[in-house]
Each structure stands twice: as C-alpha cells, then as structure tokens.
Design a protein around this ligand. Structure first.
Ligand code: HEM
Length: 495
C-alpha cells in the first residue's frame, strides 16, 4: 500500500502484508499498546490487507481529530457496522444512508436517532424516570439474593442475568422481550458471536449460531411492537421508535435496530459492575473504607415513627455527593478496565496536526493506549485513590480519560450506566459480607475480550461466597434517586 511521506510514520512488522493483522488477532486490544511503544509517535500508519489504518496514541491529537468530525466521521462506520451486525434490509440501508453524517443538516434517520438518544439520556426528568425504574429492579434483584448463611454465586453470570432484566425492563417497560429467559440468552449468544458475524463472508453460513440467536431476539421485538409494548416504555425507547417510524423504517428493521441498540445498553455495564466489585473486594482495606462511606449515607428508618420494620434507604444522588472513594474507585476501574477504540472513517484527505490522513483510511483512537500511558498518569498500576478530588490536582488534564470516548460521539449513556453501576455495587456492599477465597482473590485474564466492546470481558467467571452482614439480618432495603440536578462529572465535557 502506497505511503506518502506526510502520512504518519509506518509501523513496521516482521511479517510482510499480514503481520499487523496477525498481531491484532493474537494480542487483541493490547496490540495498539504494543504499536505505540514500538513507534513512540503520536500517530502511526498500520497497513492491513485491503485497509489502511491510523492509530492515534496521544490525547492532544485525539482532541484535534474529534473536532474534525465532518471529514473524520463516525456515523458512516456505525451505519455499516449496524447493517452487518443486525442484518438490515436493503430498503433500511437506503434510509439509513440518507444524510448519514449530517452533511446536509440534522434531518434523516441517522442524525435524528443520535439527537433523540442524547436528549433522552441527558440528566433531567426523563433520565430520572428511567433510572428510578432501573433502581427498583436492582433492589429486587438484590432482595432475591438475601442470604442469611453463606451462599455461593458465579458473579459474572449472576450480574449478566440480573442486569439484563433490570436494565431492559427500565427501558422497554413491562412488556419487555427480555423477561423471557430464552430471549435474554439468545441476545447473549448473539453478542458472543458478534465478531464472527462482522468478519464472516456469508454470516448465515459462517456464523450460524449467533445469527439464529439474533433472529430469535428480532422476532420477540416484532411481537413486542405489534402488541403495543412501546406504549409503556421509557422516553429513550419511545423517541428512538418514533424517529424510525417517521423515517419509514420497515417494521422488521425497527425490531433489528432494537436488538442492536440493546448492545449499548448492556455490554459495558455488566463488566463495569463486575470489575468494580472485584477490585473493591481484592484491594487491601478498600472494602472497609468504601463500606464506611456508604454506611454513613444510608438512612435507617425510625422504628417508632416509621413502623416496626426497619428499612435502610440508599439514595444514589447522595452516594454521588458523599462517597468520594467509591466514586474514585469506579472512575479508576473505568480507566484500568476499558479498552474502547473511537473509530473514524477518513472521508477525504485531511490534515491532522502535521500529518496527512488519506481518504478511505480508518482512524483508531484506542482508550487502552491513553489509559496505560505513564506520561498521562504516572504509575499506571490500579490505584483506587487516583480520582479523589485532592489527587486530581496533581494529575494532567482529563482529556486522558477516554472510557466514554469523547467529542461529538461521547457516550450519551454514561449517566445511566454510572447510576446503575454505583447502585449495584453500593447495595451489595451495604448488605453483604464476602468471604475471601482460599489463596486470595485472582483477577480473571481478559484475552478473549470482544474488541468491539468498550470494556474488557473476563475469560472466566469468579465464584464468590457471601452472606448477610452481621447485625443486618431482617432489614428491608430501599434505593431511591432524588432529582439528579447535580451530575457526577465523569468526563471533562461534564465539567
Ligand atoms: C460502563 C458503561 C459504558 C461504557 C464504558 C460506554 C462506552 C462508550 C464508548 C467508548 C463509546 C464510543 C465513543 C466514541 O466513539 O467516541 C460509546 C458510545 C455510545 N454509548 Fe456508551 N458506554 C457505556 C454504557 C452505555 C449505556 C448504558 C448506553 C445507553 C443507555 C450507551 C449508549 C451509547 C450510545 C448510543 C453511543 C453512540 C454515541 C454516538 O455515536 O454519538 N452506553 N459508549
């Protein structure tokens, strides 16, 4: 592949033509880190069979790339990815392609969907309603655990099953298709085989299992819409649906797009809770400190004025104001455990700083490279105190934190996800004691992580043994959220 001297320096490979493709297949998200160490340049050119790719390795250059969103564009890639992953019809592809990148204004399915999602997910009454519905489900899911004596649990499997129902019920309402365990399992079979659908030459042959699982979930969504399930859904689901109907998206494609949309809802939140819990359990002394913060903002009902039953109430808004170590730990888990790469298509020859990017190439901005860069973070070992307000002053700019991407495509679900993760973690820690496994905690490896995800996935589950905390037996628990007018500023754009 021709290389202009003004393009970013070429990353070398010992095996010609396919060397980088092999590296990516073998090392997954760590390959970008290998490349950045090997070249020590702010951006490198990586030659893949049939595709030129640039990998940005420094946050300043990422900021510049984000500002050029017309020529370094995300929506065209998202549209192609969605088309393949959920199997959109030809008719739907034409509708989606119309003004896909917003070059002719804000009209069209692509642009209107982004706007609808951002509006419904921004802090305010609509998001509060969705969060409250989600928190009520989370409280039920923890209630079902109530363990007076030692109980064993496979942590990841439990989180995946429970959060799938809790989250999707909050989004799709009481007729939510994922209430049916078969549909929930079909969704996760589809998600597990997602990359084989993307890479497959003829997915219906080469990715049979995930395609069949996806189609099962699609049929369940078709039934849901036919039976009017959307009428009782959240503002988020309703506004997406209304945009699709007004753009004349065919009904089957609306169901397909809903299966695709559920990926964003679930795939990063489940590992987000899993890793936050494991890091808190395993880091010496952290569980006790975080628990003391949570206990201090748990309200216990007064048996005289509130009745005989003692109820402990946790307010997520209070947690976010009064538990700095819990928040710092969550923030650090995201730094340490996210890998998401913001991807852009180079739509015309574009200058990025002193470099020339060629039309047709793909631009990757992997969070993992920035999150493991010692020039941003100093010592990059896991440090739960890193994001405490007092520590923050001695850290470089927040542009180094890339867990939710940034710029125009900054994750609009970050507030919803943050509330969900903090609520599950806080309620679990407040209610239960966890027994340290014989031989200590072992963090699962993450080599099988789906590279399209934003968070690492564990290669194996972790079995935990837990029981109700001493002195907390027979207590009822409630979780609530006062109006979230004070948001937790997790990325520099929120400040
Ligand atoms: C811990 C959980 C989550 C993480 C780590 C995460 C991370 C990300 C990342 C890295 C991006 C790409 C940003 C870019 O390209 O610059 C993204 C985009 C997106 N996320 Fe999330 N996300 C999470 C949860 C959620 C949830 C719960 C929702 C929905 C309620 C959601 C909805 C979206 C959407 C719609 C986009 C596309 C935005 C656009 O293209 O404008 N995410 N997310």
């Amino acid at each position: 592949m021709a290389h202009d001297a003004r393009e970013p320096p070429l990353a070398s490979s010992s095996i010609p033509i396919i060397g980088h493709a092999i590296g990516l297949a073998r090392r997954s998200f760590e390959y970008y880190v290998d490349l950045s160490k090997q070249t020590n340049a702010p951006i490198v050119t990586v030659s893949l069979p049939g595709q030129k790719m640039y990998v940005v390795t420094k946050p300043d250059l990422i900021q510049q790339a984000q500002k050029q969103h017309r020529t370094l564009a995300f929506p065209p890639i998202a549209a192609k990815f969605a088309t393949t992953v959920v199997g959109l019809s030809k008719e739907a592809q034409v509708i989606l392609a119309d003004n896909v990148n917003g070059d002719d204004g804000d009209h069209g399915l692509s642009m209107e969907t982004y706007t609808a999602m951002r509006v419904a997910l921004k802090p305010g009454p609509e998001l509060d309603d969705m969060n409250r519905a989600m928190l009520a489900e989370i409280n039920k899911m923890l209630h079902q655990l109530s363990a007076e004596t030692g109980t064993k649990l496979s942590l990841y499997a439990w989180l995946q099953d429970s959060l799938t129902v809790a989250t999707t019920r909050a989004i799709y309402g009481p007729m939510n298709p994922f209430e049916d365990k078969e549909i929930a399992d079909a969704f996760w079979d589809f998600e597990e085989g997602l990359m084989s659908i993307v890479i497959g030459f003829l997915p219906s042959l080469t990715a049979r299992k995930p395609v069949a699982a996806r189609n099962k979930a699609v049929r369940a969504f078709q039934e849901y819409y036919k039976n009017g399930g959307i009428e009782q859904a959240s503002a988020y689901a309703k506004s997406r649906y209304e945009v699709e109907v007004s753009n004349k998206f065919p009904p089957e494609d609306i169901a397909r797009s809903s299966v695709g949309g559920t990926i964003a809802l679930l795939v990063n939140t489940v590992p987000g809770v899993f890793w936050t819990m494991l890091h808190i359990f395993s880091y010496t002394g952290l569980l006790q400190q975080v628990r003391a913060e949570i206990d201090a903002c748990t309200r216990t009902s007064d048996p005289v004025s509130d009745g005989d039953n003692v109820t402990n109430t946790i307010d997520v808004a209070t947690l976010k104001e009064n538990c700095p170590l819990l928040l710092s730990t969550y923030h650090e888990v995201l730094r340490y455990r996210t890998i998401g790469s913001s991807v852009r298509e180079v739509r015309e020859d574009t200058e990025l700083g002193p470099f020339l990017l060629k039309k047709g190439a793909m631009l990757q901005m992997p969070a993992r490279v920035i999150h493991t860069d010692a020039s941003c973070w100093g010592n990059t070992d896991f440090n739960p105190s890193r994001f405490l307000p007092e520590e923050k002053k001695s850290r470089p700019g927040d542009i180094c934190f890339r867990a939710f991407g940034g710029g125009k495509t900054l994750c609009p679900g970050r507030h919803f996800a943050t509330n969900e993760i903090l609520a599950v973690v806080a309620l679990f820690i407040a209610r239960f004691d966890v027994k340290e496994p014989t031989g200590g905690w072992k963090m699962p490896t993450t080599t099988k992580t789906n590279v399209a995800a934003a968070a690492m996935g564990p290669d194996n589950d972790v079995d935990i043994e837990f029981m109700t905390r001493e002195g907390f037996k027979g207590i009822s628990w409630a979780v609530k959220l006062e109006a979230s007018d004070k948001i937790f500023s997790i990325v520099s754009e929120d400040l």
